[in-house]
Design a protein around this ligand. Structure first.
Ligand code: ASP
Length: 310
């Protein structure tokens, strides 16, 4: 695998391979010195044009745990503010010879443009409302750990599906792993092509108890040009996942950041059913596996035990 641009490019075997490798990397995080030399001498450039807490910190930790050098480039405060284009920014930063560029940007399809300007491996860390493939991989990983397998699991994704890159990647990844996916939300926030995605669609949470996994999404205000719901209060009244709607055997997920009191009530966020912090923790090992996959998997060494050339 040279790049990770979309879940579309991965089949079930590739998703399983990444999850298996992530599982093998878990043990590194338990050590006093949380590092292996797998990517020693490699440079990973994090190029972030949009806000990020979890994704950027976990890509940085992932690269460091594999001994890569990391450069963090945040667009605000850079020459991007002076009008430098994506192409010129990538050409400029490529002069530093990064081996991988992890990019988050507001432009759907932006990461797919980069291979024409740089030899670095490209990892999509979220492009507009298009895709967020590493989020989907860490979600699959988290569920696989809990459920053993996603085959036959009923996953409901709830909320602002229309503007959500998490949903677009998650739907594909969950289905490839054998889950049955249902999308639920106000009709204005469901994509028109929903039925062609091989999912069920609901506009109420009346049957939410059918779900094994309840995956709630944040309202993506930054991608809305008009009001899609009358008010957040009215949205919450009908679509909030709260203790009244969430059954005791159901697992709760959310990609973060959570708007407490809107898509989720505070009590369910903090309940034992919530996998939200497990998702964050999984982000590090899964991103280690992705960086390893695009930079080193073609070499046959065991990443944990074999010394790498200096
Ligand atoms: N953190 C996720 C993303 O970047 C979800 C969100 O922002 O709501 O898409």
């Amino acid at each position: 695998m040279n790049h990770l641009l979309s879940i579309e490019d991965l089949d079930r075997a590739a998703i399983e391979r990444i999850c298996d490798r992530a599982a093998a990397f878990e043990e590194i995080g338990e050590r006093d010195i949380k590092k292996v030399p797998a990517l020693r001498g490699r440079t990973v450039l994090n190029l972030f044009y949009e806000a990020s807490t979890r994704t950027r910190s976990s890509f940085e930790l992932a690269a460091k745990r594999l001994s890569a050098d990391v450069v963090n480039f945040v667009a605000s405060g850079s020459s991007v503010d002076k009008g430098e284009s994506l192409k010129d920014t990538v050409l400029t930063l490529s002069a530093h010879r990064p081996d991988a560029i992890v990019i988050r940007c507001p432009w759907a399809g932006g990461p797919a443009l980069l291979p024409q300007w740089t030899d670095a491996a490209i990892v999509n860390a979220g492009d507009g409302k298009h895709e967020h493939p590493t989020q989907a991989l860490l979600d699959v990983y988290t569920l696989r750990r809990r459920l053993g397998s996603l085959d036959g699991a009923k996953v409901w994704i709830i909320g602002d599906i229309l503007h959500s890159r998490v949903a677009r990647s998650g739907i594909q990844a969950f289905r490839k792993m054998g889950a049955e996916v249902t999308l639920a939300g106000p009709p204005t926030l469901l994509p028109r092509e929903a039925e062609s995605l091989g999912v069920e669609v609901r506009t109420t949470l009346d049957d939410l108890r059918e779900a094994d996994v309840v995956y709630a999404l944040r309202m993506q205000h930054e991608r809305m040009e008009q009001a899609f719901v009358p008010s957040l209060r009215e949205y919450a009244a009908v679509y909030q996942v709260n203790a009244r709607r969430l059954g005791p055997r159901q697992l709760l997920m959310h990609p973060g950041p959570v708007n407490r009191g809107v898509e989720l009530s505070g009590d369910v966020v903090d309940s034992p059913q919530s996998l939200i912090l497990e998702q964050v923790a999984a982000g590090v090992v899964v991103r280690m596996a992705v960086l390893y996959e695009v930079l080193a998997a073609s070499r046959s060494e065991d990443p944990i035990t074999e010394p790498q050339p200096a």
